[in-house]
Design a protein around this ligand. Structure first.
Ligand code: SAM
Length: 239
């Protein structure tokens, strides 16, 4: 009984190009047109982004470091990464999300001029599901994407993300220990039939097993919780 709602990859793509795009763009934005639950999720998610930036910067500066932001959404992480000088490849299954992320990145990084300041590279934006990505990056990050897939699919996704990474892989997921709280969150977030998308929780042990299977080990762990938002962050490195 780990499934809530209904949908697979095509449903996820469709959702994040339409209703889900509108909903999550508001949640990840800074306008006032959000309800109490959405505001809480906005806060939780921004804490996750802060935690991840801290995890990364604790290991050294990001200037010139190649980073793949898989499932970049509206660019909440890609933009701060670019501000630190990282060379970011940002991709998402949703064309609407990618377009929004690029628009926001240009606004925030260019500050009204037609190019970024010295030392800052505009992320390379691409519409792609993470399973189709290729190339090699110093760091691969996938935040709050696994929630849309069951562990049976997540294993292959984790293996693929690890294959793209040379040094470091950061993943966040909704931990299974918060199942009942998440049920409540999902109920309030996705009321009514048209909002249907599944939310899958993952046990930390399952994620760790998937990483270990492909030769990676967890080096750091973080957890962000607010009233309606729960996200476990793990940083893995080659074992
Ligand atoms: N990572 C971003 C962040 O933390 O701000 C966005 C998180 S949002 C909850 C989930 C994102 O994952 C959506 O933008 C969705 O389109 C994307 N997504 C879902 N399945 C995907 C897949 N298989 N490949 C790439 N992106 C995917």
């Amino acid at each position: 009984a780990e499934e809530v709602g209904g949908g697979d990859k095509e449903v996820v793509r469709e959702y994040f190009n339409n209703d889900g795009f509108q909903r999550w763009r508001r949640i990840y934005g800074d306008t006032d047109d959000v309800n109490k639950v959405q505001r809480d999720i906005r806060l939780g998610h921004s804490k996750t982004v802060e935690n991840v930036m801290k995890m990364l910067l604790d290991e050294g500066p990001l200037s010139g470091v190649t980073v793949c932001d898989a499932g970049c959404g509206t660019g909440c992480l890609s933009i701060p990464l670019a501000k630190e000088g990282a060379v970011v490849a940002a991709s998402d299954i949703s064309a609407a999300m990618v377009a929004e992320a690029e628009k926001e990145a240009r606004e925030e990084l260019f500050k009204g001029t037609d190019s970024p300041p010295a030392g800052i590279v505009l992320p390379k934006f691409e519409v792609s599901d993470l399973e189709s990505l290729n190339g090699k990056y110093h760091t691969v990050i996938c935040l709050d994407v696994l929630i849309h897939y069951p562990q049976s699919k997540a294993d292959a996704m984790i293996a693929h993300l690890a294959s793209l990474s040379e040094d470091r892989l950061i993943l966040s997921f909704a931990p299974k220990t918060f199942y009942y709280s998440l049920l409540k969150r999902v109920g309030e977030l996705f009321p009514g039939p048209s909002k249907a998308t599944r939310a899958y929780l993952h046990s930390e042990a399952d994620v760790e097993r998937a990483l270990n299977k492909v030769g990676w080990k967890i080096r750091k762990r973080g957890l962000t919780t607010t009233q309606f938002y729960f996200s476990r962050v793990v940083e893995a490195v080659p074992a």
